[in-house]
Design a protein around this ligand. Structure first.
Ligand SMILES: N[C@@H](CCC[C@H](N)C(=O)O)C(=O)O
Length: 287
């Protein structure tokens, strides 16, 4: 008996993709249900290059789900080629993509990620609302090498002691409160905190200013992508940390350089964080 290997979609020479953005956090989205693509770190870095490639903060990959109760599998790669667990702005674009491409006619979409299942809702307004799951403040969940769980931590960075909050939204976040977002030391501390030895898998770094009970301003230095115009999980992380510190209420507008997100969390340990915002298709391409 001879054994034959069957490949339904042979790896193609060219790759069809869609360029999308959520508040200026931009993505290359690839359908790997209808085409087969091999990903290498080198290829992703080339594509993400803003001068020599397509240019994006993250690559989003659409795949078939591995479980029956879920609609799709959602994989995420940073611009530096690292594969990561979660991307909030990407999740909204993922919903828009699978719906607009006719891969589903559902407006409530269950998606498996490397950090669990999230649920995406396409609203009549065109905005996408995402159930991002509950925030996890256990240091080991990031991972963050702190001796015990605390509400805030003192982190030694470049000879200075920074006060931070730490939370996993599926992916790791450090949140630094600042007095004024315009003078936030993103250039000085962003990369240093991202690769601090206390975060063995690196960390996304949010600089957050409380405006009032229902409004935060935020800039995020993203792991594997440097500062972006917006970070959805970063917005959820900042809101969750400020909510834990009782600095804000249950419903907060988070203003990022690329625009506003609405983030809701009631402060209960098992309750999910909800995030709502836009998801926009920019162009279709082939490379
Ligand atoms: N832009 C994202 C987060 C993307 C992943 C992140 N850089 C990481 O390494 O965890 C968002 O909108 O959440």
């Amino acid at each position: 008996m001879s054994v034959q290997s069957v490949e339904t979609h042979p790896a193609s020479q060219t790759v069809k993709f869609t360029k999308m953005q959520g508040l200026g956090n931009d993505f290359m989205v690839i359908d790997c249900i209808n085409q087969s693509v091999e990903f290498t770190t080198e290829k992703i870095r080339q594509w993400s290059d803003r001068n020599f490639g397509i240019g994006f903060d993250q690559l989003l990959v659409v795949e078939n789900a591995s479980q029956e109760s879920v609609d799709f599998r959602y994989r995420i790669f940073n611009a530096d080629g690292s594969e990561v667990q979660q991307c909030g702005n990407g999740a909204r674009c993922f919903a828009r993509y699978v719906y607009d491409k006719g891969l589903t006619d559902k407006t409530e979409i269950y998606v498996e990620t490397a950090s669990g299942v999230i649920v995406l809702y396409i609203e009549d307004s065109g905005l996408v609302r995402v159930n991002m799951g509950a925030p996890n403040f256990e240091p080991s969940s990031l991972p963050f090498l702190a001796p015990a769980r605390q509400e805030e931590y003192a982190l030694n960075v470049l000879g200075e002691t920074l006060l931070i909050g730490a939370v996993s939204m599926g992916n790791p976040h450090a949140v630094l409160p600042v007095d004024d977002i315009k003078t936030a030391p993103v250039e000085k501390f962003g990369a240093a905190v991202e690769s601090h030895a206390s975060f063995p898998e690196r960390v996304n770094v949010g600089f957050a200013q409380k405006v009032d009970n229902s409004h935060i301003r935020l800039r995020v230095y993203e792991r594997g992508a440097a500062e972006t115009l917006a970070c959805g999980t970063g917005a959820c992380a900042a809101m969750a940390v400020f909510r834990l510190w009782q600095q804000v209420g249950d419903k907060v507008t988070v203003s990022l350089p690329g625009g506003d997100l609405l983030v809701e969390w009631n402060g209960q340990a098992d309750s999910p964080v909800w995030m709502s915002g836009p998801a926009i298709t920019v162009f279709e391409g082939e490379i």
